[in-house]
Design a protein around this ligand. Structure first.
Ligand SMILES: [Zn+2]
Length: 341
């Protein structure tokens, strides 16, 4: 007998009963949740459609281009002049593209409910007067397309040849590709203990740290944006594990703040809290570690999906993931606004 089912039912009941909100997620029609093949082209279409429907509250800009000439998009939802910012980025790892569907749906949910719904006694539009949500829905578009469709989607000859070589030598299926088009693992390319990750020194579909910190366009764009904008909170969506990484050795006020926010995330998702020792066991440090330790900003890595499976996730998991994560952006915004105004 599968003893997971009763727990799951209890969990969903707790989630639905505990939160006082009339946010309606029933008729979201733009972001498709029937296929897990969320390519860059689908993302582009959804961006155009959402920005067309919700043009008074949603804007996008192009932060830059990937090595194979795909755009790195950044959405801004809410008052663009608000002094507070929540930053969310997804799909830094190619095969974890379900996270792009999740954050695109977050955007659609909040746009659709912007003028009509409340969350914990506050109008969504009032919350988003004081804080803006900035979202990079696909940080590694080349990697996502390689994972979904194979090396053939890469148009630049040298990149294509190197990717094909890595796939062939490692005898892997393209769907488990994590790196960017230069075979660098973007989440190993930030300047936090980068020197210590010398085990990860060969071009690969995962774990290669690159030639130097922020050597890659994609990681540099995200790092520059974070440095310049200094969000109140940074969220990185990855897959898989149903885990929350929050503990990077931060101290004092930052530690206290991180623990408060960690508890909000835990209450919504019920994901497993990963302590510092479990993060260090992997021997590699990523964007959230860097944001917390070098910029002093509370940062969290949220691993969606079942433990013990490798991404890409099956779409069958999406409903659970959605229920666990759908209120995270608005909950964090409410927290920041309540606390500081
Ligand atoms: Zn990842």
């Amino acid at each position: 007998m599968n003893n997971k089912t009763p727990n799951y039912i209890i969990k969903i009941n707790v989630l639905n009963n505990a939160i006082e909100t009339d946010i309606d997620d029933k008729n979201l029609s733009v972001v498709n949740i029937f296929s897990n093949k969320y390519t860059y082209d689908i993302l582009k279409n959804d961006i155009n459609e959402l920005c067309c429907i919700y043009n008074d509250i949603l804007n996008y800009e192009i932060l830059g281009k990937s090595y194979d000439n795909r755009n790195i998009y950044l959405f801004t939802l809410g008052n663009k002049n608000a002094k507070h910012t929540l930053f969310i980025q997804a799909s830094m790892h190619g095969r974890e593209h379900m996270a792009s569907i999740l954050v695109m749906r977050h955007i659609e949910l909040l746009c659709k409910n912007y003028y009509i719904s409340e969350y914990k006694g506050l109008n969504i539009s009032d919350i988003l007067q004081n804080i803006k949500i900035c979202i990079v829905p696909m940080s590694n578009p080349d990697g996502v397309d390689i994972s979904i469709n194979g090396a053939e989607v890469i148009r630049e000859k040298t990149l294509f040849n190197n990717i094909s070589k890595v796939i062939e030598e490692n005898k892997i299926h393209h769907e488990i590709w994590k790196s960017n088009a230069r075979c660098v693992d973007l989440n190993r390319n930030f300047g936090c203990k980068w020197e210590d990750s010398y085990n990860f020194n060969v071009k690969s579909f995962m774990e290669y740290r690159g030639e130097y910190p922020e050597s890659e366009i994609e990681s540099r764009l995200i790092a520059n944006w974070t440095r310049e904008n200094r969000p109140d909170i940074c969220i990185s969506y990855h897959a898989t594990g149903s885990e929350l990484y929050w503990d990077y050795g931060q101290k004092g006020l930052l530690l206290n703040k991180s623990m408060v926010i960690r508890d909000y995330l835990k209450d919504l998702t019920f994901y497993k809290l990963m302590d510092r020792s479990s993060a260090y066991k992997t021997g590699v440090l990523g964007y959230s570690d860097w944001v917390s330790m070098y910029l002093g900003i509370p940062a969290f890595t949220i691993e969606i999906g079942s433990p013990f499976v490798t991404a890409p996730l099956s779409m069958e998991e999406f409903n659970d993931i959605w229920e666990e994560n759908k209120f995270i952006p608005i909950e964090l915004c409410r927290y920041v606004v309540n606390k500081k105004n």
